[in-house]
Design a protein around this ligand. Structure first.
Ligand SMILES: NC(=O)c1ccc[n+]([C@@H]2O[C@H](COP(=O)([O-])OP(=O)(O)OC[C@H]3O[C@@H](n4cnc5c(N)ncnc54)[C@H](O)[C@@H]3O)[C@@H](O)[C@H]2O)c1
Length: 333
């Protein structure tokens, strides 16, 4: 059961969001501004990543933006000062690209995280840090649903660097007392995700193909199970972690405990969009090697401790996503 939470903690609070022009970061920024927080975004707007100025259109006059790089210690040392919360979301998130060139992941996700944490340690050790890792850290699950005790067996460089980043953030909590909360987030979809390429964000990419009246390729037999999470639910999980004193030092799965499969996803997208079609397609060797098979999250820990569970089902989430991109297509295509 979902319980209400007190978001008054954000009223007047100062929050820094790394990667705040991207998909999750911009939705988080909007939610924080709506709750009265004073938000600063740091985003390098790296070409091909998810940063988009239009993402923060509803709050553009109410946020500070710094077009800096998290790997720049001078920038981060300055920006973390006086922040109550540091939401660390900047990253290289393209797992296909991470296998072609591992160095951006290592540089941004590992070194960048260390720069953020060093900045907190030396310039604002009272800051509370929320780190958004990925369900990919678990790799191929031995049993379902996957809880936080499951072994971490990442299958790609992106996922490996997320494990490393998580461990860095955790070490600063344990050794230097910089409080943090670690999230392992499942496949998230919805408004403000990049729509320019298919390399990451599979649900959004299906939406784009359907809206373009194209054929959605569904890999393998399409029966692989996955938990698809709507962005507003993801943002609420992040806010609850930040607002709850019992979350510091904890790791939480953020996902959906009722999985769907890719055929169900494609059928629903095509029906809601009223255009497009889908067909089964063989996996490419790279995608096959990285495919963890069935995955869905055990969310009993976050439900029990923070009263969070997703509220928006696939049908409603996809309807909202289709509506958003129909309206604002020119900013994303
Ligand atoms: N979207 C998902 O389904 C999902 C699932 C699990 C975890 N995550 C994690 O959530 C975080 C945000 O993901 P997203 O989907 O919003 O990605 P995104 O690509 O939309 O946003 C990432 C943002 O980080 C910025 N960025 C990258 N490197 C930077 C640097 N060196 N300095 C400053 N800014 C930089 C990019 O410009 C971009 O705006 C990532 O850490 C990702 O691993 C996302």
């Amino acid at each position: 059961m979902t319980t209400e939470f007190d978001s008054n903690v954000f009223r007047g609070a100062r929050a820094l969001i790394t990667g705040g022009m991207g998909f999750i970061g911009s939705n988080l920024a909007i939610a924080l501004v709506e709750r009265g927080a004073r938000v600063t975004i740091v985003d390098e707007m790296i070409s091909g990543y998810g940063g988009n100025l239009f993402n923060i259109e509803p709050i553009k006059d109410r946020v500070s933006i710094n077009y800096g790089d998290i790997r720049d210690a001078n920038v981060m040392n300055y920006l973390v000062r006086d922040q109550d919360f540091v939401f660390h979301l900047a990253g290289q998130v393209d797992h296909i690209m991470s296998l072609q060139d591992p160095f951006p992941d290592i540089d941004i996700n590992v070194k960048g995280t260390a720069v953020v944490m060093e900045a907190c340690r030396h310039h604002n050790p009272a800051a509370k840090v929320i780190y958004t890792g990925t369900r990919g850290q678990y790799g191929k699950p031995a049993k379902l649903p996957v809880n936080e005790q499951a072994p971490l067996q990442p299958l790609g460089i992106y996922e490996i660097t997320n494990v490393a980043a998580e461990r860095i953030v955790e070490a600063y909590h344990l050794v230097f007392g910089v409080r943090s909360c670690l999230l392992r987030i499942t496949n998230t979809y919805g408004p403000r995700a990049q729509m320019r390429h298919s390399r990451y964000g599979v649900v959004n990419w299906f939406v784009r193909l359907a809206l373009d009246d194209k054929t959605i390729p569904v890999f393998g037999d399409g029966r692989i199970q996955r938990d698809f999470l709507y962005i507003d639910d993801c943002v609420e999980a992040i806010l609850r972690c930040a607002a709850s004193d019992c979350a510091w030092g904890e790791v939480f799965n953020v996902g959906v405990d009722k999985p769907s499969n890719f055929v169900e996803l494609a059928e629903t997208v095509v029906r809601i969009a009223g255009s497009g079609r889908w067909e089964l397609t063989p996996f490419s060797p790279e995608r096959r090697a990285q495919e963890p098979g069935n995955f869905y999250s055990d969310i009993s820990k976050i439900r029990g401790m923070l009263g969070w569970q997703p509220k928006i089902g696939l049908e409603e989430g996809l309807q909202r996503t289709v509506d958003y991109y129909r309206k604002y297509k020119s900013h994303y295509w």
